[in-house]
Ligand binder design. Structure first.
Ligand SMILES: Cc1cc2nc3c(=O)[nH]c(=O)nc-3n(C[C@H](O)[C@H](O)[C@H](O)COP(=O)(O)OP(=O)(O)OC[C@H]3O[C@@H](n4cnc5c(N)ncnc54)[C@H](O)[C@@H]3O)c2cc1C
Length: 393
């Protein structure tokens, strides 16, 4: 591996974790100037953008190696951003790299990979269940050489300040459901694009990259050459993006769990319930620690197994493993954060540690990239098949 995990940990501990209090007490914008400097330092050290090829300034790292890096970066909410491998940009970069044409790569992928611009991905619509991704109203209608796009999306992560979005829009309404939509690049300065609001998540709207927007496309006109891949190929492209994307998320969540466990143990080892009686001497706390360690270790093996299978057999062959880790790791994350907060008492629900921020913002882990129940259905369907039960949606 070209990046030493020990060096990475030391960088996260010495450079990023000290920025957390300002991020948590103030805002993401307040630490952006410092993050820009650190991003240059990351580039200088040859750590930039681990999963993208060297041609694009990345480190060309295979999925299993990036998974280990992702865990280290996940120990702080600002780790992935500093290395330019944050969602949703990293998914958009991988998509443009795999499926973009030469012009799209040079106009959008290059500056994205260089960290000069940011991007977002607009698929989910407030009016329709995101769990049924083929049910979309947003349309892209041909007019001369252009598409004219109309639609309403929300939870468009990081739209605030982004240079462009990739929008999923219906281009072929009469085709089979999975062949109806296309992915199209829309620069956010296109007339008719509107960022309606940054949605408050558990009371906090966030800003810049750390936000989720409601957006509207009102007769947005873009050239047809902004379509990525073939017409009607939107869902096929989305599938390509989701397999590796779930490994990235799961390993980031394991990093969060490791940090939560570390904070829980430090607190258990220093908080006195009475003079000379440590919190950690109580069996309840010891069980939280032991259960969290078991969750984390099991999760890591399962995610690495899924990553290995994606690398060697492809995302389709690994679809059961991918679904299994999605709900298993998200559930373990929620439990581990909850235990760590409980162990901290009132301090746990303040923003004096990152636990409460993660508790608010990673509740969504059980919803985005497929809700728990959807992934459990996938796994159960395969298991039941072995017993002659064939379930259709
Ligand atoms: C933090 C966060 C970031 C996001 N970022 C983006 C983004 O950048 N771009 C984007 O396009 N979207 C994004 N999303 C949206 C996300 O993809 C959707 O929230 C997700 O697909 C679920 O859709 P929904 O919210 O409409 O819930 P629904 O589909 O309405 O489902 C509601 C609930 O019903 C249950 N359910 C659904 N289907 C089934 C089933 N088959 N069986 C049993 N129960 C079921 C589940 O419990 C689910 O939570 C984000 C969401 C979150 C929370």
């Amino acid at each position: 591996m070209s990046i030493s995990l020990a060096d990475l940990r030391s960088f996260v501990n010495s450079e990023l974790i000290p920025l957390e209090p300002t991020f948590l007490q103030d805002s993401f914008g307040a630490i952006l100037p410092k993050l820009r400097t650190l991003r240059s330092e990351v580039q200088r050290r040859g750590w930039w953008l681990p999963p993208l090829p060297h041609d694009y300034g990345g480190q060309g790292m295979p999925l299993t190696e990036f998974a280990a890096i992702s865990e280290e970066l996940g120990r702080t909410p600002i780790g992935h951003y500093t290395f330019n491998c944050q969602a949703p940009d990293v998914g958009n970069m991988e998509l443009l790299h795999m499926h973009g044409n030469a012009e799209q790569r040079s106009r959008w992928l290059r500056p994205l990979a260089a960290g000069e611009i940011r991007s977002c991905f607009a698929m989910t619509e407030p009016e329709h269940a995101g769990s049924n991704p083929v049910w979309l109203d947003t349309s892209a209608v041909k007019d001369g050489d252009d598409y004219v796009i109309n639609g309403h999306k929300w939870f468009t992560t990081a739209a605030d300040g982004a240079a462009f979005t990739i929008v999923m829009a219906v281009t072929n309404p009469d085709a089979q459901p999975h062949l109806r939509a296309s992915q199209i690049i829309v620069p956010l300065d296109t007339p008719g694009f509107k960022l309606v609001r940054n949605i408050k998540i558990m009371g906090e709207a966030g800003e810049d990259w750390a936000s989720h927007a409601e957006v509207r496309f009102d007769n947005c006109r873009v050239p047809q050459s902004n379509r990525i891949g073939g017409e009607g190929a939107g869902f096929a492209l989305a599938q390509d993006r989701l397999g590796p994307g779930r490994i990235h998320h799961c390993m980031r969540w394991i990093g969060i769990c490791e940090r939560a466990l570390e904070l829980m143990c430090r607190h258990a080892a220093s908080r006195e319930l009475a003079p000379g009686t440590m919190l950690g001497s109580r069996q309840a706390v010891q069980h939280w620690i032991a259960e969290s360690r078991a969750n984390i270790n099991a999760a890591r093996f399962m995610v690495m197994d899924a990553a290995h299978k994606i690398e060697h057999k492809g995302a389709h062959a690994a679809r059961i493993e991918i679904s299994t880790i999605k709900y298993f790791v998200a559930g373990g994350l929620q439990q581990t954060l909850d235990r760590a907060i409980q162990a901290h008492g009132a301090l746990g629900i303040t923003d004096d540690t990152p636990l409460a921020w993660w508790y608010r913002h990673e509740r969504g882990a059980r919803i985005y990239d497929g809700a728990d129940e959807v992934h459990k259905n996938v796994v159960a369907r395969q298991e039941l098949k072995k017993y002659g039960v064939h379930i259709r949606d």
